[in-house]
Every structure is written in C-alpha cells, then in structure tokens.
Design a protein around this ligand. Structure first.
Ligand code: LIP
Length: 268
C-alpha cells in the first residue's frame, strides 16, 4: 500500500498543477456563472477542472471520487475534490482560490494537496510524512509571533448568520483577531504554514476541508474530528489551530454548531 500511496501522492501533485493551470487559463474567457444560491456560484471552470481530475483518476487508479460539482459516493479508496475552492475570489479575479484534492483510504486522510495557481503556492501533505509549501517543510505558528491570535472564519448559508456573529463576538471578547477570505482550503493551508493561528467554520463540506485538515495535522496543528458523524457525506463543523488554541475554539463553537440547522446533503 505504501507504494500505492507514493504513486497517488505524485499523481495528486501532478494533476493539481495541471488542473490549476486549466482554471487559470479559463479565467480570461469565463462564461456567465451559475448561481447555486445567493452566495454560492459555479463556473464552467469548476466543472472543467473536476471533469479533468475525475478522468485522470479513473484512467490511472479507478478509485471513487466525491466532488463539489458532480457529487459521488464514499468507498475504501476515495478522492475528495474541490475543483476551485474560493469560487467567489476566482470570479472576482483575486488570487484567493485553489484546487484541493484529498485521498482517503479506509476512512483516513492519507494525502492532501492544495494548489493556489494565482500565486503559485503548492501545499502537500502525506499522513505521517509532514507537510510542505513549495517543497519546504511547514509548521503551525505556535503563537511565536507574540501578538493577538488571528482566526480565519468561514461562513455559508448552511448555518444562520446570527451564529456566525455570535462567534465573532466570542473571538473579540477573547482578544482574538478574525478574518474571512472565502476559501476554507487556503485558510487551513495558512494555519499549517503559520500565516494565521486557526480556522473555524460552523459547517463546511468535506471537499473544502479534507486536504487542509491533513496539512494542519502534519504541520503540528490540532483539528477536530471532522469525519465523525458521517462528515465525509454531510460535512461538519471544522476547527483547526495551533495546539494552544484548540480547546478554546472548541469551547466557543460546540453549542453554535449543534444549535443550528440540519447537516447539508451531499451535492449530486
Ligand atoms: C467556499 C468554502 C468556504 C466557505 C465559502 C465557500 P467554494 O467553498 O471553501 O469555507 O466559507 O462560503 O463555500 O464554494 O468556494 O468552493
């Protein structure tokens, strides 16, 4: 299995780089977008990138795929794919978007790759073998900066805005700074390399989160058990941080996650 994991790691890096290049090239001639909701959109690039990744996985390994645009079913060997995470940023022409791929074997996240083509940042992690940014090892902040912790928050319509605002209040009461950038995958990658100290979202889908979760863990960080309660199919609360903040983030969010709505169904 180790050979197979090494082969899948190399494959994931290669296909993420090519998928990112495809999305970058398509931005110049982006056709009208499809609104999934008032704040959730899909472009032809989202679909083209996911189709590319699916075809390459089918031809090389034949593993199952769960993707944001075409859904899918869990299996012992399954890839979980967000073709463009940070779609709003992509549509608006910012650099804040990425391709996110995770490989899950028997319920464990074994490989995570996040590639942000617009600023050429390639994040790679393999379970038990560390995490890198553009080939260099990365580590969570450890709060070594000595300043106020910075937490990136994600939000979607799957949880009430009031719960998000309550969390903002709790963070500021605790003396934390907060940000929102619209890509959960990149937010997690930046926890892993110490550019922020934590990421929280009251509900997020597996395709946004799994690669980044492995990056944080392999960079010495703490995360919640996202895959519990069928998180792979239904999404879940997402918490990731430098270890010193884990318990505090959990205490600030558990009631908000449980109190708000039902888990979202898997797309497709
Ligand atoms: C995004 C997530 C982010 C969330 C956004 C959006 P998308 O995914 O990565 O965490 O806060 O609302 O869902 O839609 O850009 O693939």
């Amino acid at each position: 299995m180790m050979d197979s994991l090494d082969a899948r790691r190399g494959f994931a890096v290669d296909v993420a780089l090519r998928a990112g290049a495809l999305a970058l090239g398509m931005h110049r001639t982006l056709a009208p977008i499809e609104a999934k909701s008032a704040i959730d959109f899909c472009t032809e690039a989202d679909r083209a990138v996911e189709q590319l990744v699916r075809q390459e996985i089918a031809e090389r390994f034949g593993d199952a795929v769960i993707g944001e645009e075409y859904g899918g079913k869990a299996a012992n060997r399954v890839w979980v794919v967000d073709p463009i995470d940070g779609t709003a940023g992509y549509i608006h022409g910012t650099k804040r978007w990425c391709v996110s791929l995770a490989y899950v074997w028997r319920g464990e996240i074994e490989i995570g790759v996040i590639y942000a083509p617009a600023d050429d940042r390639l994040f790679v992690a393999q379970r038990g073998r560390g995490a890198t940014l553009n080939g260099r090892p990365i580590q969570v902040s450890g709060l070594r900066h000595g300043a106020a912790p910075v937490i990136e928050l994600g939000w979607s319509e799957r949880r009430p805005l009031s719960a998000y605002c309550t969390l903002l209040q709790r963070l500021t009461d605790a003396g934390f700074e907060f940000r929102r950038h619209g890509s959960g995958a990149l937010g997690l990658a930046e926890v892993a390399c110490g550019l922020n100290d934590g990421y929280a979202e009251l509900h997020i889908n597996a395709w946004d989160a799994l690669a980044g979760l492995l990056l944080v863990r392999e960079a010495g960080g703490w995360t919640n058990d996202f895959l519990a309660d069928d998180g792979l199919r239904h999404g879940n609360l997402l918490l990731a941080a430098t270890p010193a903040l884990g318990d505090r983030l959990a205490a600030m969010t558990q009631d908000l996650h449980q109190a708000a709505g039902q888990p979202a169904a898997l797309a497709g």
